[in-house]
Design a protein around this ligand. Sequence first.
Ligand code: GTP
Ligand code: MG
Ligand code: ZN
Length: 315
Amino acid sequence: MSKKESKEDSRVQGIVTRAVGSSFNVLVGSRTFTCFFRGKFRIKKADLPASTSGEGAFPVVGDRVMVTLTDEASGVIEEILPRETKLSRPEVELHRGEQVLVANIQQMIIVASVKLPLLKTRAIDRFLIAAEKGELQPAICINKIDLAEGEEYKERLLPYHDLGYEVIFTSVPERRGLEDFKDCLKDRISVLAGHSGVGKSSLLNAIQEGLKLVTREISTYSLKGKHATSYIELHPLDFGGFVADTPGLRELGLWDIDKQELAWYFPEFEDCLGGCKFNDCMHLTEPGCAVKGKLQSGKIHASRYDSYKRILETL
Ligand SMILES: Nc1nc2c(ncn2[C@@H]2O[C@H](COP(=O)(O)OP(=O)(O)OP(=O)(O)O)[C@@H](O)[C@H]2O)c(=O)[nH]1
Ligand SMILES: [Mg+2]
Ligand SMILES: [Zn+2]
């Protein structure tokens, strides 16, 4: 056996569960190793974005990697295996396009709360587009139902039932809906997305023993956009599967959708997109618009059409 082969044989496969600076936690079997990335200094910062394949990429949470273990607690990441899915956002610091945040996720659970913060279906619509863009299966979790006065919030979720999305209702202090939440996570690799304070980390603490994620009293949220969770971390679940807790992920996914493309991310628009009088119809005030026709006949929910218009303005 050549020297190279024997070296390759000593490598093991793991999954990146945490990436902070140049240090990575890699789960191999049931043990976590602190690892460094060998290729780290090959790519100049200016050469980001990371590509979709292993070549030239920087490891992110969710990456499957080949690791050489150096002792019982550490190792070196030698290779990133090809990514099946990825969630990206614009690289803010250098304004250079894509920054991959998390890889190989199958499902996005969009978490919103009835109150504190108030339910905003527009946020759900934005995350649905991000899920579609990242090719993740979406599900919706409405948390803090213990704070609801009446059932009005359920009506606002009808569009999502109609579209066939799974919608779960939960309360952490009253432990309601937690079995549904677990069923949704079981045996899948999921990411939780949703604005700060909706209870993402609290939900995970409630269903996975020993997790102890940091949560924060809503009253201490002084600055908008400040998160109790400050980085993405992937957690293995005792009942099967992995889940990534995230800080909000606000601008996720929508950055490289152009205006003309947006309508395709609204599944209920799809069957009439060929039916507009003008090829380049934006479905706003154009005559002979099939989308507006469907809206007027009540087959598109007004709140969803409204989201379309509002999101269009931001692109
Ligand atoms: N009443 C009520 N409060 C909840 C519920 N779930 C979470 N909370 C509270 O909401 C606050 C925020 O919860 P977190 O779990 O920190 O929210 P988060 O979504 O992880 O927030 P970030 O990490 O900042 O993105 C905490 O005070 C929780 O105790 C719920 O079902 N009902
Ligand atoms: Mg959190
Ligand atoms: Zn149209």
